[in-house]
Design a protein around this ligand. Structure first.
Ligand code: UD1
Ligand code: CA
Length: 458
């Protein structure tokens, strides 16, 4: 059966005190509403659902974010209430399927909670996600009869004192046959304390029509928490990060402190990886077996081979690091870098778009860019590949077993042939032959007639 998933995201989010629409604020590097869309698309459904996001405040920002995706955007020009918001999607919703309503600012609902909720939808019943939070303040309360059957939701502002004492609250998330929404939403009234068209009034209508309202509870309360301000955003970020840390540890990685790791993408770890504090992972990162990571490292879209050690304060982006390598401390590995087995990058080394062959070493204070380097090469401290002439970039080619003395400048395009030896302090502008010592620096002279200057006394 067709499922329409309607994500409400038209509200302003005044308490964020931000120029950015609330649902575009990032959690773990992804906008809140993207988490909800991703959850919706991961649901186990017999048919691909249609995902509709209802937007209003800051619509252009949300619109450009989802441009070119399957997400269908629906405009709610005036925010007249949650019922009115869902009603804006009716023209594009199927009449004979199921509708699931989600919220763009409730980012962490688990797929299994939503799948359980969808199972409650039959021709004679609907599903409602409810919870019992520490405080029910601000939420709609779930009203039940003596037999425990749900009869209505009453908003806090419309509630009697007795109803305010009800602990069970409406998370807002519900699932129901779409035909009912087509029938009922156009008939909603806004004569209530807030003058809004409440989606929650659908519950009483369902009961009136003889449907049972089946409730489902989330496994963890955080699944249903919304973000209204930056404090709540930070709390959910920590909750999410702790979940990611737990997955890594469950899969066999050791974390120095599960409260000090940030996964803003996907990380896969092999066996016995050791991750020290303050690691940040973005995009897709894959660690092999026995990878060890020092404190304060940042990884973005990279692969680290078995047995490799990344030392403290290293940043690696769009790179492939081979097995048994050593990188850092304080290394910056930029896009397009490949390190073969056993290669070493030391401190204050920057590598960009370079292929570093097996066992080659770039150990200190060096820039290597646009370079193809063979095996067993040793690059001395302070070496710079001059890859850019201000207009174009050129390649430096360094063959196997080359030794470059400290503080050398390799002006590309240039080739250092196999086994070549470059004297320290050389400026290399022409290709150099194999297995010979090349020195490109001024000859050292001593001036015998020189006298130390003395101060003038006037
Ligand atoms: C709503 C529920 C309440 C529930 C609570 C859970 C109603 C009437 N009340 O209350 O029972 O306990 O959520 O958090 O549904 N939105 C729109 N367009 C609108 C109005 C709202 O897109 O015209 C969006 C908002 O951006 C927000 C969500 O719907 O993401 C909820 O709206 P909000 O005004 O926060 O509803 P509550 O009053 O909190
Ligand atoms: Ca709310």
């Amino acid at each position: 059966m067709k499922t329409d998933i309607v994500i409400l995201a038209a509200g302003k989010g005044t308490r964020m005190k931000s120029a950015l629409p609330k649902v575009m604020h990032p959690l773990a590097g992804r906008p809140l509403v993207k988490h909800v869309v991703d959850t919706a698309s991961r649901l186990a459904l017999s048919e691909q659902p249609d995902i509709h996001v209802v937007i209003g405040h800051g619509a252009e920002t949300v619109e450009s974010y989802f441009a070119g995706t399957d997400v269908n955007l629906v405009y709610q020009l005036e925010q007249l209430g949650t019922g009115h918001a869902v009603a804006q999607a009716l023209p594009v919703m199927s009449k004979d399927g199921i509708t699931l309503v989600l919220y763009g600012d409730v980012p962490l609902t688990a797929t299994n909670s939503l799948e359980s909720l969808l199972e409650k939808v039959t021709p004679t019943s609907m599903g409602l996600l409810t919870a019992i939070p520490a405080s029910s303040k601000g939420y709609g309360r779930i009203v039940r009869d003596e037999a425990g059957r749900v009869t209505a939701i009453v908003e806090e502002k419309d509630a009697t004192d007795a109803q305010r004492n009800i602990k069970e609250i409406n998370t807002g998330i519900l699932a129901i046959e779409s035909r009912h929404l087509h029938d009922w939403l156009p008939t909603l009234s806004n004569s209530n304390a807030q003058g809004e068209y409440y989606l929650t009034d659908v519950i009483a209508m369902a009961v009136q029509a003889g449907l049972t309202v089946e409730t489902v509870n989330p496994n963890q309360i955080e699944e249903t928490l919304g973000v209204n301000n930056r404090l709540q955003l930070a709390e959910l970020e920590r909750f999410y990060q702790r979940q990611q840390a737990d997955v890594l540890m469950t899969n066999g990685a050791s974390l120095a402190d599960p409260a000090r790791i940030d996964v803003r993408g996907t990380v896969t770890t092999g066996q016995d990886c050791d991750i020290d504090i303050n690691a940040v992972f973005e995009g897709t990162v894959t660690l092999g077996n026995n990878v060890s990571i020092g404190p304060n490292c940042v990884f973005k879209n990279c692969t680290i081979g078995d047995g490799t050690r990344i030392e403290a304060n290293t940043v690696i982006e769009d790179a492939v690091i081979g097995t048994s390598c050593n990188v850092g401390p304080f290394a910056r590995v930029r896009p397009g870098t490949v390190l073969e087995h056993g290669a070493k990058l030391g401190n204050f080394v920057e590598i960009k778009k370079a292929h570093i062959g097996k066992g080659s070493k770039v150990n200190h204070l060096t820039y290597v860019g646009d370079t193809v380097m063979g095996e067993g090469v040793n690059i001395g401290a302070g070496t710079i590949t001059c890859n850019y002439d201000g207009a174009n970039k050129y390649v430096t080619t360094i063959h196997d077993n080359v030794f470059v003395g400290s503080n050398s400048t390799l002006v590309a395009p240039v080739t250092l042939n196999e086994g070549a030896f470059v004297g320290a302090g050389s400026v290399i502008t022409k290709d150099i032959p194999a297995n010979k010592l090349t020195i490109g620096r001024a000859k050292q002279v001593t001036i015998d007639s020189w006298k130390r200057p003395v101060k003038d006394h006037k």
